[in-house]
Design a protein around this ligand. Sequence first.
Ligand code: FAD
Length: 285
Amino acid sequence: MIPAAFDYVRATSLDDALAKLAATNGEGKLVAGGHSLVPLMKLRLSQPKVLIDIGRIPGLAGIREKDGTIEIGAGTVHHDVASSALLRKQCPVVSDVAAEIGDPQVRNRGTLGGSLAHADPSADYPAAMLAVDAEIHMKGRKGWRKVKASDFFQDLFTVDLAPDEIIASVQFVPVRAAAYAKLHQRASHFAIVGVAAALDVSGGRIQSARIGLTGAGPKAIRLTNVEEALAGKAASKETIAAAAELAGTDFKVINADIHASAEYRRAMIPVFTRRALQGALARLD
Ligand SMILES: Cc1cc2nc3c(=O)[nH]c(=O)nc-3n(C[C@H](O)[C@H](O)[C@H](O)COP(=O)(O)OP(=O)(O)OC[C@H]3O[C@@H](n4cnc5c(N)ncnc54)[C@H](O)[C@@H]3O)c2cc1C
């Protein structure tokens, strides 16, 4: 439980962090909240020679409106996302998701960027990022890049982020009619099954839906068969109940551990899909 020896440096800007990272020749790691990286280092599953602390870079944290979207800085801690008045008003699902992460210590240290880069298969944010169709903005030595959440999450702990890139922020068009429903593991609060659902409703009909699921497989995914079953239908509890039954029927649930078998997760997916969709519908009132 004692990490291998490492050096520690603190970055003062994104460019400074990139330069410090490049100087380590692949032996360095960025550290933000440290709540995923430090446990890995203690288990010696990760042994960086240099830790580059990005936790105090001015402007890397913060939540703001930008050109009709909401931008959350990668360094924003979960507590600040959970308690943001802007998000609570315009896109409460993202605050709800942050409020469900871990415990107060985790929420006051862990960051959005760290969670997305780490991409734990039971992490909460990935489901929400899929539901709000977020764009992840990153900077590398060659310049800026942005990637849609649907392309960002690639596999187990694997995302579209080069070792020499830093996530700077996440941007999305706010959705009011969206909600998160999660069955959590009692000790850590990680999702056994977590479903974030966003609805576009007009004239009493569901025009489109985006539903993100975490906890079932190596990465968060969209429940496209449920989305298709909802599109064009009346925005009612009956529509939702029928469509939610399809959740988890078109792929194999493979995640299983001492907390929940694959069969149990599979059984819970329609239940939590229905709850998330009902929550989204209730936000229209
Ligand atoms: C007890 C406990 C309970 C938890 N419960 C939950 C839970 O219920 N739900 C949940 O979703 N998560 C949970 N977590 C995880 C927590 O949310 C982490 O804080 C988060 O996953 C990682 O954020 P961090 O800022 O701590 O990242 P760090 O640990 O600092 O970094 C994680 C990884 O991301 C990289 N990184 C960090 N920031 C950036 C960036 N801006 N750009 C590029 N790479 C970056 C680092 O190099 C490292 O590889 C829990 C953690 C603990 C310890």
